[in-house]
Design a binder for this molecule. Sequence first.
Ligand SMILES: Cc1cc2nc3c(=O)[nH]c(=O)nc-3n(C[C@H](O)[C@H](O)[C@H](O)COP(=O)(O)OP(=O)(O)OC[C@H]3O[C@@H](n4cnc5c(N)ncnc54)[C@H](O)[C@@H]3O)c2cc1C
Length: 398
Amino acid sequence: MVLLYNGKRVYTNVLDEKENKETMDRIDIAIIGGGVVGLAAASVVSERGRDVYIFEKNSSFGQETSSRNSEVIHSGIYYPEGSLKTKTCIRGNKLLYEICEKNAVPYKKTGKLIIAKDASEFGALEELFEQGKTRGLDELKMLDKADIKKLEPNIKATRAIWLPMTGIVDSHSLMRHFLLKTKSLGGDIVYNSKVSAIKKVSGGYEVVINAGTNECSTFRARIVINSAGLESDTVSALAGIKKDEYALSYCKGDYFRLARGKKLETFRLVYPISKPDDTFLGIHITPDLAGGTRLGPDAEYLEGRNIDYSVDPSKRDIFYESTKTFLPFLEKKDLSIDTSGVRPKLQKDGEGFRDFVIKHEDDAGFEGFINLIGIESPGLTAAPAIAEKVKKQVNKLI
Ligand SMILES: Cc1cc2nc3c(=O)[nH]c(=O)nc-3n(C[C@H](O)[C@H](O)[C@H](O)COP(=O)(O)OP(=O)(O)OC[C@H]3O[C@@H](n4cnc5c(N)ncnc54)[C@H](O)[C@@H]3O)c2cc1C
């Protein structure tokens, strides 16, 4: 049976029963998940004339975490030295600005302030500043009260780290760019296609797609890249790579929108200081490219895997109390409910830092299977750098 997607023949069923010989379609690379990470990877592994398909369970790309975040191009100041989060964030920051500039993807290098409200927080601020310097972030500056007032007159803070390399990006346009680049190289995306089984076979993997009807289709791929976001641990387990350390916990982040008004106007990202190894950055102020401003996200671990993206209105008080300390003219009525997103976290509630998993699973006996698991923040920033790493691994294989 031949299935058509986007007007193209994509894959056929496994066995021609009459001839009892295999007629299954083969592709070079199957990418599972069309969020920013899968799309970025597709845009670089489609080079060299490889046959690349992204399989996405939803009816369009980037409908999950990649469109439910702060759209911040992070600096990489927060994460442990030598970690993949640090390396891919710093590299991704540079690559993202280049990609945006070259391809007319909307972005703004706003810069960011990490603020201390009083002397009790100077120690933590100094520590983070030094950490940033050791990460090679040479442009960091320490600002005093007067400097802060010049940049952000409505913010109350006594000292701040200034990070000029931080910015915001239109994540939808960025993903569309990655998809267009993939298509221009001959790759494609197949929607409404949930990967429901993966079997290791000689020379690759048999991948079963559930196409939304009763129909299941199977094809063979030499390489599988698992970029299934919140489902990346499940997809890894489908292939037989079930490790306790890959189990994801879901951690929700809610946002409130800030009313517009002269006394609430801020132009840059403003974050309260958090401890250098903090897994939650504190409720912060994030401007968006449309001229609006959001507060958040907070962090709340979910009990199970059922996701409800609605925002709990009773959180308004907590958002108000924590932001009022540095935005003194804020009133409760200035906050209205906005969106939320869910982080695919490797660290369980209360645990310490866990790094991204970017791993070719050959040592587990799964040559050609590349896992991208736990790609929470700064995954949007890091996406082009994660894609570079994936490309290196793919280039060694085919
Ligand atoms: C509240 C919040 C704020 C954040 N803020 C920032 C920020 O400001 N800056 C930053 O750099 N990062 C930020 N992040 C992190 C960033 O959003 C993510 O790291 C990034 O979007 C992850 O992209 P992804 O492609 O891995 O996952 P996703 O966007 O979740 O994409 C995975 C895709 O896989 C598909 N899929 C799943 N299972 C299957 C299957 N079996 N078959 C087929 N398809 C499947 C899903 O439908 C989905 O489209 C934030 C995250 C959250 C939650």
